[in-house]
Design a protein around this ligand. Structure first.
Ligand code: PLP
Length: 425
């Protein structure tokens, strides 16, 4: 019996996954399945395995840490890897920040909202349609990419207000490049006038590139404009960098890619080198207003996770993986654009930044084509290329290659994709 067949006997449907693959091993850009297939892994455990699978140096560092301690409890004592990782993150985020560790992206996002509410003493959070921030009640309350995530859980966290994201390819305000007047920023006049006074808003919170929402890359002016709106009204700007962080967009954090610094950012996924770890990183003067007892958690900053995270950051810097992410991402985008030229009516858009690259599929009459997207993902997997989809209309294939990816793996992925498209279209 496969792992999939065994799992469905003992796990509820809610524990479903994107494939039926059972994985027994992995190395670099590849995973090995229980039936011995070597699969090119462009899912990276959903942007976690940024150094690929089973990085030898990370494994060795974790083994050394195992011999020292596994858990001590950051409410109880201090430990070296925990302190070092915090020091490293502060150094890498401008030296004007402080760090608080948790375990998951959702938990960090909840903590970030708590911090903003605590410091501003304001109730409101403005979130964005098509966002994804996690599955806790708090993070789900600001998630706007699927009603299925929210169904039967209402009432959720109150005082959440919604804005439209700067999705230039499908402008929610119906504008084109030539007619755009940054309505995505002007919408805040209406929100503040009709829905919530800006003095009641603790934070504007968003992903600097929307992930689950379809790999939507905003113009830097959008993020700059949000920064100004926040500054004008004493509102805190929070970037959820759970997916965009740790090199995914070609800089350590996407805020560095866009040149707009938030007051608070959350980091998770690849931060712990494959071991659960998340962080709230906020400006020092904000963190300094969060007193003992106002937030906490047993497992935050586990020594194994911090050790793996430190080694991950070291390797990213030493091996110039941010440069590689930019270079390989650009190469992949070029390849996809070539395919788009061949199928201009069905590949509606190719977009991305760094190694956060996506291809949007549409029907002949330019409507979202979820069926074609699912078929591409399925057929690519039959040819041993593991891809994920995203997009609130389920019509985007996303390519989450590890930062160590080379031209050879990109060529392999593009070749498989070409074959798949030739078979289907
Ligand atoms: N925020 C973003 C942008 C994400 O992509 C995700 C997960 O995909 C989360 C938050 C939730 O993180 P976690 O699953 O670790 O709770």
């Amino acid at each position: 019996m496969s792992m999939y067949e065994r799992c469905i006997k003992v796990m509820p449907a809610v524990a479903n996954r994107a494939t039926k693959l059972g994985i027994v091993d992995g190395e670099g850009c590849y995973v090995i399945t229980e039936d011995g297939q070597k699969v090119l892994d462009f899912a990276s455990g959903v942007a976690v395995n940024n150094l690929g699978n089973k990085n030898k140096e990370v494994v060795e560092a974790i083994k050394r840490q195992l011999d020292t301690m596994i858990h001590v409890g950051h409410n109880v004592v201090y430990n070296e890897s925990y302190v070092q990782l915090a020091e490293r993150l502060v150094a890498l985020t401008g030296k004007d920040t402080k760090v608080y560790f948790s375990n998951s992206g959702a938990e960090a996002n909840d903590g970030a909202m708590k911090l903003a509410k605590y410091v501003t003493k304001r109730p409101g959070i403005i979130a964005f349609r098509n966002s994804f921030h996690g599955r806790t009640i708090g993070s789900m309350s600001i998630t706007g990419s699927s009603s299925a995530y929210r169904k039967n859980y209402e009432p959720l966290m109150p005082a959440v207000y919604w804005a439209d994201y700067a999705n230039c390819h499908h402008c929610p305000f119906g504008k084109e490049e030539c007619s755009c007047n940054m309505e995505c920023l002007k919408q805040f006049d209406g929100i503040f006038e009709k829905l919530i006074d800006p003095e009641c808003v603790a934070a504007i919170m968003l992903e600097p590139v929307q992930g689950e929402g379809g790999y939507i890359v905003p113009k830097p002016e959008f993020l700059k404009g949000l920064r100004k709106i926040c500054d004008d009204h004493g509102i805190l700007l929070i970037f959820d960098e759970v997916q965009t962080g740790i090199g995914r967009t070609g800089e350590l954090y996407a805020y560095q890619t866009f040149g707009v610094k938030p007051d608070i950012l959350t980091s998770a996924k690849a931060l712990g080198g494959g071991i659960p770890l998340s962080a709230i990183i906020a400006k020092k003067e904000i963190m300094d207003q969060w007193p003992a007892g106002a937030h906490g958690g047993t497992f935050g900053g586990n020594p194994l996770a911090c050790t793996a995270g430190l080694k991950t950051l070291e390797i990213i810097q030493r091996d110039h993986l941010l440069e590689n992410a930019k270079k390989q991402g650009a190469y992949l985008k070029e390849g996809l654009q070539e395919l788009q030229k061949k199928y201009p009516k069905r590949i509606g858009d190719v977009r991305g930044v760094g190694l956060m690259v996506a291809m949007e599929l549409v029907t002949e009459d330019q409507n979202p084509d979820a069926a074609l997207t699912a078929e591409i993902k399925e057929k690519a997997l039959q040819k041993n290329l593991l891809l994920l989809t995203c997009g609130s209309d389920h019509n985007v294939v996303r390519f989450i290659a590890p930062l160590i990816v080379g031209k050879a793996e990109m060529d392999q992925a593009l070749h498989i994709l070409k074959e798949v498209l030739e078979e289907i279209l």
